[in-house]
Ligand binder design. Structure first.
Ligand code: ZN
Length: 188
């Protein structure tokens, strides 16, 4: 349960620190967007996420419904997943495991301001071409989570300008997943 606690967030940071972004024309990409201090800030500014960061940090038990009632439906959705949520170094994550328990991920709870950038990176950065919808979802699920993510990823892929060019002809050749470049972008 605890043995991968340290590496998961490190992987998140490294993956999202790569600068090459094939959707650069469309997506404002900042190599520092997913640095810990920016993640904390972005979650704190997101009204759907901020209360969960606070509650999960300060409370040992889930707040009662009366306290949650005034918050958004999205915040309530996260609240309902209380047992899966965890705050690590001030950042809210969701612990996910496959039905058979063989796969476990710590998913970043992606604040609204970073959804598009994160999906863009997962969709295009890690391969020579762009992932299709299913593979983008597959890869995204290993890194992040937000309410409505699956549909969001699908819509993003459908509207990707680069992919649209290929859909007219035969699909682009995908190279194998390249090793993650654990560069020193975030080292201080
Ligand atoms: Zn694309």
């Amino acid at each position: 349960m605890e043995n991968n606690a340290g590496s998961a967030s490190d992987d998140v940071i490294h993956v999202f620190s790569r600068k090459s972004c094939v959707d650069a024309d469309e997506i404002v990409s900042d190599a520092n967007s997913f640095a810990p201090e920016n993640l904390r800030l972005a979650q704190a500014r997101d009204p759907d996420v901020a209360p969960l960061v606070r509650w999960r940090s300060e409370l040992t038990e889930r707040p009662c419904w009366n306290e949650v009632a005034k918050y958004s439906d999205t915040a309530k959705n996260y609240w309902a997943q209380w047992d899966s949520l965890e705050v690590v170094e001030g950042i809210l994550y969701r612990n996910w495991s496959s039905a058979d328990g063989r796969e476990r991920f710590r998913q970043l709870i992606v604040p609204h301001s970073l959804k598009r950038e994160l999906v863009a990176r997962v969709h295009g950065v890690m391969v020579g071409g762009h992932f299709g919808i299913r593979r983008t979802q597959f890869q995204f699920q290993r890194r992040g989570y937000f309410v409505g993510w699956r549909k969001f990823v699908e819509e993003f892929c459908k509207h990707c300008v680069v992919c649209a060019k290929f859909h007219r002809g035969k699909p682009p050749k995908h190279s194998f997943l390249k090793p993650i470049d654990c560069g020193a972008v975030n080292e201080r």
